[in-house]
Design a protein around this ligand. Structure first.
Ligand SMILES: CC(C)(COP(=O)(O)OP(=O)(O)OC[C@H]1O[C@@H](n2cnc3c(N)ncnc32)[C@H](O)[C@@H]1OP(=O)(O)O)[C@@H](O)C(=O)NCCC(=O)NCCS
Length: 169
């Protein structure tokens, strides 16, 4: 089996690999936490790499020694959806790990990089719209659950999620 080689800043050339990873990771790893019918309509909104994130300089991929992308995730100062910016705050974005590479610390490595970088740039509070299945992962990284929320997708979908927060000070 391949070994993990590095975590590096993503770029536009990672678009196809990140889209494929999001598709695989979300469809397999969300299946125990969400209704099948909901996933069928919601996943098309979640399965595509966000090109703005890819070129943001604060989005990362984990790559094996064979050049396969098995993890992704990042952060932005813009709030997802509205684009709102609040001084001292930032947002965790689009984390996904390949189902065959979970529980090896890859998610934590990318998250730690995001936290360290955000803190060094003056961010004091990191927010996250966590999937229901990912709540224990963020809790393990000192995020606190604020409340359950519904994330709107398209005209008619309310996707259940968890608003979480981490104080970096
Ligand atoms: C959530 C996710 C990113 C975690 O990535 P990962 O690389 O497997 O996480 P790590 O190996 O760094 O886990 C660190 C700790 O988080 C907790 N954790 C992670 N996944 C967990 C799970 N499925 N159930 C319970 N605890 C979990 C554990 O405490 C774990 O430490 P341990 O393995 O020593 O017990 C991954 O499962 C995933 O991609 N899920 C599908 C996509 C998704 O929901 N993304 C989040 C979008 S907001």
């Amino acid at each position: 089996m391949a070994a993990l080689a590095l975590i590096r800043t993503a770029g536009l050339t990672d678009a196809d690999a990140v889209s494929a990873l999001l598709r695989l990771s979300y469809s397999e790893l969300l299946a125990n936490s969400y209704d099948t019918g909901l996933l069928r309509v919601a996943l098309p909104y979640m399965n595509k790499a966000n090109l703005t994130l890819l070129v943001s300089g604060t989005y990362y991929v984990a790559e094996t020694d064979r050049g396969i992308v098995v993890g992704c995730g990042g952060w932005t100062i813009e709030k997802p959806g509205s684009g709102e910016i609040v001084e001292g705050e930032a947002h965790i974005r689009h984390f996904a790990i390949h189902p065959e590479w979970t529980r090896r610390g890859i998610g934590t490595s990318i998250l730690t990089r995001c936290i360290d970088e955000a803190r060094s740039l003056g961010v004091r509070t990191l927010h996250c719209f966590s999937t229901l299945n990912a709540e224990p992962f963020y809790r393990a990284a000192n995020f606190q659950t604020i409340r359950r929320i519904d994330v709107p997708m398209g005209q008619a979908i309310a996707f259940p999620a968890v608003l979480m927060q981490c104080q970096l000070a």
